[in-house]
Design a protein around this ligand. Structure first.
Ligand code: C2E
Ligand code: MG
Ligand code: MG
Length: 692
């Protein structure tokens, strides 16, 4: 039934018009207009907007039905059925151009009329739907910015949409229509993958074709694209056609690459991180296990005193130092080696090709040399040193972690030996390190329990052999191991920062003690206390000293501080400021172990110092080694010239003493006179008796 179909009738023969109208209404149609000329038809169609037009071809006026229909169709989307008595070819072919929805040859039956109208309405509605869907598709494609391709697999011809080409920077005519025009632009590393993805979908192994790959861009370089497609199959299931899209995913891929990079690299230095390092080490190890002649080595690099820099100069400076270190380390190795930051101030290096131990040692030496070069940090000049542990390929070590652990162990040893050096791993170290770690734990306990014993060694004047003062020397009264000498724990205490509470304990004990001796009858006695690098760098040192002097009532001339040459010269500007402060307080300072370190005599004369202590290694060979003898005499002469008292340490024999006396040394200290002793024994000689 044609319920509610609104029809306009264009018919100039009144009888036919009436007849058609009646039949239409009988079928439930509504005849919204009946006109007899082309002009009326055009105007009325615009006004009434019918669902359908029945158009006689022969009508009144200058426009015939075909022309009229054509004009209406250009303005409005209304289906037209022609009514005609003629069927000459010429008329019919003119009518066809106007996309007629049907013809009815007069005279026609009612059934024919109904069928023609039903067909026209149906066809029109389908056309509308199709158009809407095409428009939707077109919009979607343009909106998605995708390129399209349509591949006729039978003829092996492929259509690429204009967008497909412009996406890759090509002009319309620069890409042909064979699949090769596509594949030849795909990145050589990816082309195999694309071909496999295509083939497996064509075979029917995958539900659709889906491939991400790089493809050449006309303006150079590659872009990342995602290509997706679906095959159309014939009755036998063979793919005969395949069509799909191509989208530019470069931005996403770059973001993914960035994420992947970040996951495997250290943010601050950009170096590979621990995960990537371990991965490379794992592959390198597997390779070495198959090719015994290709060795490798792992270096563990840890900056010395980094924590002090970080704590005293701030994180920004610490970061700068780490970045500078990262750069320098990279300059020390070859491109195929891996420099990585494990965290904090720890770096690991994988040396890819090492023929013998010497190769790894040379790199370690190069690193030591490069790092020590002073660098400007926040306009402060400072030199960095590092402790380096080396682990070489060893067929017994099967896991990558073994190498890192061994290199770490060797590094720990280098650090315990005072830093600024490298150590080759040897299995005995492992047990040593465990012992060291235990020691660190015990030291913490010792600090809590104050397991310290302070002994005193007299410093004697060579004019009258009387004791002028004493040097305070700390010992650790270990609950099971007995007395532990300072050389066995001072370095670890220094590295862990525990030296600060230990040092304060010694200062307080020594000052209290000297004050006691002063009260007991030796009013001029003083005590010399060793100050470590970390203590000297600590901004609290002066405050602590003032507090202790106040607490104990000891005048400033009762305290002398001993710092080593390397500590004094590590940060010259700082030392100068610090020494001036101490000297203003009336506290004297001795340069300990002199002759042993930098011996930058030039610097010395500008520092406010009071005493030079000649290192005992010189004293011990003065009578046997001509060099030591010359150096000792030179130091004494120079010390006098600079108005410094000179103390010779480690005097053990009469011969040494005689030599020092003829060289006009002021003061001596050594086993020849007295070993370091407990406070009670000191009291016995404090009365002023000759010590020798
Ligand atoms: P040092 O400051 O150079 O102290 C002198 C060292 O030489 C002492 O060793 C002393 O016992 C030793 N000595 C003195 N006379 C002779 C001798 O005739 N022959 C020989 N062979 N040795 C002699 P000690 O007590 O084992 O201390 C070693 C180092 O530990 C000290 O060297 C000092 O650098 C450090 N130290 C000791 N106590 C402290 C402390 O309280 N704080 C800090 N930071 N370091 C300390
Ligand atoms: Mg000393
Ligand atoms: Mg000394």
């Amino acid at each position: 039934m044609l319920q509610k179909c609104r029809v306009m009738l264009v018919e100039d023969e009144g009888i036919i018009a009436m007849d058609v109208q009646q039949r239409l209404e009988k079928q439930g149609c509504q005849v919204v207009a009946h006109v007899t000329s082309g002009e009326d038809a055009i105007r009325t169609a615009a006004e009434t907007k019918p669902d359908l037009i029945l158009m006689d071809i022969q009508i009144q006026g200058p426009l015939d039905g075909i022309e009229t229909a054509a004009r209406i169709r250009t303005a409005q989307d209304i289906p037209v059925i022609y009514l005609t008595a003629f069927e000459d070819d010429d008329t019919l072919s003119r009518a066809r151009v106007t996309e007629a929805f049907g013809y009815l040859l007069k005279p026609f039956e009612e059934r024919e009329l109904v069928i023609a109208i039903e067909m026209a309405v149906y066809k029109h509605s389908m056309e509308k739907k199709l158009r809407a869907s095409e428009e939707r598709y077109d919009l979607a494609v343009r909106g998605a910015n995708d390129g399209l391709w349509d591949w006729d697999l039978k003829n092996n011809e492929i259509y690429f949409s204009p967008r497909w080409k412009t996406m890759l920077g090509y002009q319309e005519d620069e890409i042909g229509s064979s699949p090769q025009d596509w594949l030849k632009h795909v990145h050589p590393d990816d082309v195999k993958l694309v071909q496999e993805n295509l083939a497996s979908h064509i075979r029917g192994d995958t539900p659709y074709f889906n491939s991400e790959y790089r493809i050449e861009h006309a303006h150079g370089g590659h872009v990342w694209v995602l290509s997706r497609g679906l095959a159309v199959r014939d009755a036998d299931g063979n793919a005969c056609r395949m069509a799909g899209s191509q989208s530019d995913i470069t931005t996403r891929k770059l973001a993914e690459e960035r994420l992947a990079f970040d996951a495997l690299h250290d943010v601050l230095t950009g170096l590979p991180n621990r995960a990537l390092f371990m991965d490379r080490l794992k592959y390198r190890l597997e390779y070495a296990q198959r090719h015994a002649d290709h060795l490798f080595a792992v270096l563990f690099v840890d900056l010395d005193r980094f924590k002090i820099v970080n704590d005293s100069l701030g994180h920004a400076v610490g970061d700068q130092l780490l970045m500078a270190t990262a750069q320098r380390l990279q300059l020390c190795v070859r491109p195929e080696d891996t420099v990585s930051r494990l965290g904090g101030d720890e770096f690991a290096i994988l040396l890819d090709d090492v023929r013998e131990v010497g190769d790894a040692i040379r790199v370690a030496e190069r690193i030591a040399g490069r790092l020590v070069t002073t660098s400007m940090l926040n306009s402060v000049k400072r030199s960095t040193t590092a402790s380096i542990g080396i682990a070489l390929f060893d067929a017994n070590n099967l896991k990558p972690e073994d190498y890192l652990r061994d290199a770490d162990t060797a590094m720990y040893r280098a650090k315990a030996m005072g830093g600024n050096q490298y150590q080759l791993f040897d299995p005995a170290m492992y047990t040593d390190v465990v012992a060291l770690l235990e020691m660190e734990g015990e030291l913490r306990r010792a600090v809590d329990q104050e397991e310290w014993l302070v002994q005193y060694q007299p410093i004697i004047s060579l004019t009258d052999y009387k004791m002028l003062g004493v040097e305070a020397l700390v010992r650790w009264q270990h609950p099971t191991r007995g007395i532990v000498p300072p050389l066995d724990f001072i370095n670890i205490a220094e590295e862990t920062g525990l030296i600060l509470p230990i040092g304060e304990y010694v200062l307080r004990t020594a000052c209290t003690q000297v004050m006691e001796w002063r009260r007991a009858g030796s009013p001029d006695l003083w005590v010399s206390v060793n100050i470590s690098g970390r203590q000297f760098q600590s901004p609290n040192l002066v405050k602590t000293i003032i507090q202790i002097l106040t607490e104990t009532g000891l005048p400033a001339n009762g305290l002398l501080l001993e710092i080593t040459e390397s500590v004094a010269l590590r940060n010259y500007k700082y030392s100068l400021k610090m020494l001036k402060e101490l000297s203003a307080l009336g506290i004297k300072v001795a340069l300990d172990d002199f002759g042993n370190g930098y011996s930058s005599l030039g610097y010395l004369k500008d520092l406010p110092l009071n005493v030079l202590k000649i290192d005992k290694s010189f004293i011990q060979d003065i009578t046997t080694n001509k060099n030591s003898d010359t150096i000792t005499t030179a130091i004494i002469t120079m010390g006098r010239a600079l108005n410094l008292s000179v103390v010779a340490e480690g005097v053990e024999t009469k011969n040494q003493l005689d030599f020092l006396k003829t060289s006009h040394c002021d003061r001596v200290q050594g086993f020849l006179f007295s070993r370091p002793m407990d406070q009670d024994e000191v009291l016995k000689i404090a009365s002023g008796a000759r010590v020798f």
